[in-house]
Design a protein around this ligand. Structure first.
Ligand code: LLP
Length: 420
């Protein structure tokens, strides 16, 4: 669990301030128990069987994280991989090729050859990809992605359904996909959709499910080999204090009911697949950093820390809100409004912001040397980090109760000072 005890932030049973002191900052820290609880919540609350959960590894590809998810997933959980790298790391984490699906976009032949060589099912994103896949691997199983013209998500950049989205085969073109599949004797074992990311309104997810199921129903005669329907990921988590978590008992029951009744009218019991990324890992991660500069402008009191958008790009990329706490004074009577900013040389490098600009945050009075924790940073945090400004990336740590393990070493200058 990640929570305040006696006004101090704890990750598992370890005080965040002790981690910062011992390992230095910036530092990503993940709590194993939180991760495990998310995996089991999903597996338990979606009653439909056979159920398969493909963890969208792009959210966090740390090898230890993948191993925990595999272990807790007990055969139900596999991997949604978007690149040869993600396929390879999934296999390295112990997932079997049959537990991995390769769902990418603007895919090259070489990438498909790689997936085929690893015996991983390819999920085609376009008619072009399906045609090229058929040429590369005729007489095999395949899956394709449909754009259901229903989109949702926390920001325009992550909405993947509808005409603005580059993803999937447009519903009206599905007939052409069957033609290509027939030409290469491909068996369509799966149909996929993914409408977007960070969805807290489950109605949209259910509406998109219905659209995909009606497309499948209409094309029943062409889908005699269908083994699964994959409804994608996108399950949101609360970041802002005013956001509520999804009611999983209700959501799981609604998803199960819908698919159960579809399968009985379709006349075939198929596997139900969903592909959560964020849901499984976001709340298990924090990014610790240390305040090194406090300065005042006529408009803002800036609190400068030793990390920035090269380590956590979500505020800068989407205006995303991440809770921030002072690890030794999670609450305090004496508060002030500040803008927490990073060490990257761009004015947009401010963690307390929305899409339009800086939004001051009410925090306990901060002084130089304080350690801050940026919360809900386990998903799309480290995995989207970079070496911008020729800065090394932080270490990643895993906490299990009292145990603390380095699961990726901190980079040093040798990682950023190289080349011809
Ligand atoms: N399946 C597919 C095909 C996807 O493209 C994605 C995410 C997922 C599953 C998992 O979505 P999730 O359950 O994590 O919402 N960087 C953005 C999120 C990008 C999501 C991209 N695709 C962010 O930080 O909010």
């Amino acid at each position: 669990m990640i929570a305040a005890k006696n006004n101090k932030l704890f990750i598992g049973e370890v005080a965040a301030s002790d981690l910062a002191r011992k390992f230095g900052t910036p530092l990503y820290v993940y709590d194993e128990e939180t991760m495990r609880s998310k995996v089991s919540a999903l597996v338990q609350n979606i009653a439909y069987r056979p159920l398969r959960i493909f963890y969208a590894a792009k959210a966090n590809t740390n090898l230890s994280v993948l191993k925990i998810i595999r272990d807790e997933g007990k055969g139900v959980v596999g991997i949604d991989a978007v690149s040869p790298g993600e396929i390879e790391i999934a296999l390295k984490a112990g997932f079997k090729p049959g537990q991995v699906i390769f769902t990418s976009t603007s895919v090259t032949d070489d990438e498909m050859k790689f997936a085929i060589s690893r015996k991983v099912l390819v999920n085609c994103d376009s008619l072009s990809q399906l045609e090229r896949y058929g040429r590369l691997n005729p007489n095999s199983k395949v899956c394709f992605r449909v754009n259901p013209d229903v989109g949702a998500g926390h920001h325009g950049h992550v909405i993947t359904g509808g005409p603005e989205s580059k993803f999937g085969i447009w519903a009206a073109d599905v007939g052409k996909a069957f033609g290509i599949a027939a030409k290469y004797n491909l068996r369509i074992v799966g149909i996929h959709e993914h409408i977007g990311s960070g969805i807290l309104e489950t109605d949209k997810f259910l509406a998109a499910m219905k659209v995909l199921l009606s497309i499948i129903e209409k094309n029943k005669s062409k889908l005699t080999d269908l083994e699964f329907v994959d409804f994608g990921g996108g399950i949101g988590v609360p970041y802002r204090p005013d956001q509520k978590p999804i009611d999983f008992v209700r959501f799981g029951a609604a998803v199960s009911r819908l698919f159960e009744s579809f399968c009985s009218s379709f006349g075939k019991k198929m596997s139900l697949i969903i592909e959560p990324g964020r849901f499984l890992v976001a709340e298990s991660g924090v990014l610790l950093c240390t305040v090194n500069t406090v300065k005042q402008t006529p408009k803002h009191k800036f609190v400068g820390v030793d990390t920035g958008f090269h380590h956590l790009i979500r505020p800068m990329a989407y205006g995303s809100y991440h809770p921030i706490v002072v690890v030794d004074r999670c609450t305090s009577e004496k508060t002030e409004k500040v803008a927490v900013c990073g060490n990257i040389c761009e004015s947009g490098d401010v963690f307390t912001r929305d899409e339009h600009g800086i939004v001051d945050r009410e925090l306990p009075q901060i002084k130089e040397g304080d350690v801050l924790a940026i919360l809900v940073a386990g998903a799309y945090g480290f995995s989207m980090s970079s070496n911008y400004n020729t800065r090394p990336r932080p270490a990643e740590m895993l906490v299990k109760g009292r145990e603390v393990k380095v699961v990726r070493k901190q980079e040093d200058l040798s990682h950023v000072v190289y080349g011809m």
